[in-house]
Design a protein around this ligand. Structure first.
Ligand code: GTP
Ligand code: MG
Length: 297
């Protein structure tokens, strides 16, 4: 079908503090679980694109790692990635949590000061507020503090007001033909997405430091008509962490494997055979060369 003359296309970056629901929103809009989601902060480590296509517009959303003050090299790299995304975007979605005090992070403050592009303030998780009056009061509170293009309260998890958000974004995009063919929904490889699914299960199964000390790579990705055969390496920073990840007689790792296989089968719509190896990569979060090898540019 020919592209319409008034077709719009553009790049929309979702930014905000960890855990406010950025990945949930992108997945909700794209209709796929592209970005992993967990109740823990700092789940997302790479910027991930998710593309929404209709006959009238194409929006390339970028989900970014939550904005924080970096404590180690990986976090510094994550923040550089966020900064890079800010340059090539048409519209910003700055997301906040409706249940938190309205405070503007300093990164956003400087963005508001120098940026000329449209910024939408997205107040997420309004399902957790007791009634619509509380939502209105919160919007008014934010309005008094910041000058942005639009303030939109939503609940990303339930898809509340997310369609309305899409409609509000479109007029701010340039008239442009689609950047990507309509069957492409992400910039990331299936291998990357598979590694993220395993990492999500690790975030769900372990606590305290372990999820943050773990990185996952997929070293084998072999697909036949009937089966997807994956081999995952789970990197940890220390020997003691390896023992925790594996658990007594391998019980913990087995649980992760079962959960990951289920999620992978759902995502790839195919039977999955998953092999897991745990390796120690000493202090990987602070080693620039290792981070580079693991795909953090
Ligand atoms: N009640 C409620 N919970 C939500 C909503 N949106 C997201 N959440 C939950 O908030 C938690 C964090 O969601 P994520 O989408 O991972 O948040 P994020 O901003 O991507 O977090 P980082 O990747 O760590 O920066 C998860 O437990 C989500 O289920 C919402 O609209 N309502
Ligand atoms: Mg995220």
């Amino acid at each position: 079908m020919p592209v319409k003359n008034d077709h719009r296309a553009g790049f929309v970056t979702i930014i905000g503090k960890p855990n406010v629901g950025k990945s949930t929103l992108m997945n909700q809009l794209v209709g796929e679980r592209l970005s992993i989601i967990t109740p823990k902060a700092q789940t997302t480590r790479h910027s991930i694109c998710g593309i929404v296509n209709t006959d009238d517009f194409q929006i390339i959303f970028t989900d970014t790692p939550g904005i924080l003050t970096p404590a180690y090299t990986l976090q510094r790299v994550m923040m550089h990635m966020v900064e890079r995304e800010l340059i090539a975007t048409d519209v910003f979605l700055w997301m906040v949590d409706a249940t938190e005090e309205p405070v503007i992070p300093s990164v956003i403050q400087s963005l508001l000061a120098k940026n000329k592009k449209p910024i939408f303030l997205i107040i997420n998780k309004i399902d957790l507020l007791s009634n619509p009056d509380v939502v209105d009061a919160l919007v008014a509170q934010w309005q008094a503090q910041v000058s942005v293009t639009n303030i939109i309260p939503i609940a990303a998890l339930q898809g509340l007001q997310t369609h309305h958000l899409l409609q509000e974004i479109v007029p701010h995009l340039p008239q442009h033909p689609p950047y990507y063919p309509p069957d492409i929904i992400s910039d990331k490889s299936e291998r990357f997405l598979a590694a993220e699914i395993v990492r999500e299960k690790i975030f769900e199964h372990y606590h305290q430091e372990i999820p943050y000390a773990v990185e996952v790579t997929i070293d084998q990705f072999k697909e036949t008509i009937a089966l997807l055969r994956l081999s995952a390496t789970i990197y940890v920073e220390r020997k003691s962490q390896k023992a925790i990840v594996i658990g007594k007689n391998g019980a913990s790792l087995k649980q992760v494997g079962i959960a990951a296989r289920k999620a992978l089968e759902q995502f790839f719509c195919k039977q999955v055979f998953l092999e897991q190896h745990v390796k120690v990569l000493p202090d990987w979060r602070n080693q620039s060369n290792i981070l580079h090898r693991l795909g953090y540019e």
